[in-house]
Design a protein around this ligand. Structure first.
Ligand code: ZN
Length: 103
């Protein structure tokens, strides 16, 4: 039996480039990873500044768009609106009879 093991070693300590880091950035933001602990940020002032900017923007966006749960009455309104929409689909609304325009 031949166990085809190649002596491949994957180096985890590969140096990340700015492009690599910025590609991962959305993911890092979504997972709320601790960016201050990122190795690349410690060594790269460019990306550190970029992250600061993004964090600032994210904060401003949160202030502008406060996320809150809609109250149950909102959901009730939506449900009623959907029901009304569906019932109107059952019968097509009567077309307004347009008299032929005389020439
Ligand atoms: Zn960088």
């Amino acid at each position: 039996m031949n166990k085809g093991r190649t002596g491949e070693t994957t180096t985890d300590k590969a140096i990340m480039t700015c492009a690599d880091f910025q590609e991962r950035l959305p993911e890092l933001f979504e997972t709320k990873a601790d960016l201050s602990a990122d190795e690349h940020l410690k060594t790269c002032e460019n990306c550190a500044a970029l992250v600061r900017d993004l964090e600032y923007i994210a904060q401003q966006a949160k202030l502008l768009l406060p996320i809150h749960d809609p109250s149950p009455s909102v959901w009730e309104n939506i449900r009623t609106a959907i029901r009304n929409d569906e019932s109107s689909k059952n019968g097509p609304p009567p077309l307004p009879s347009v008299p032929p325009t005389g020439v």
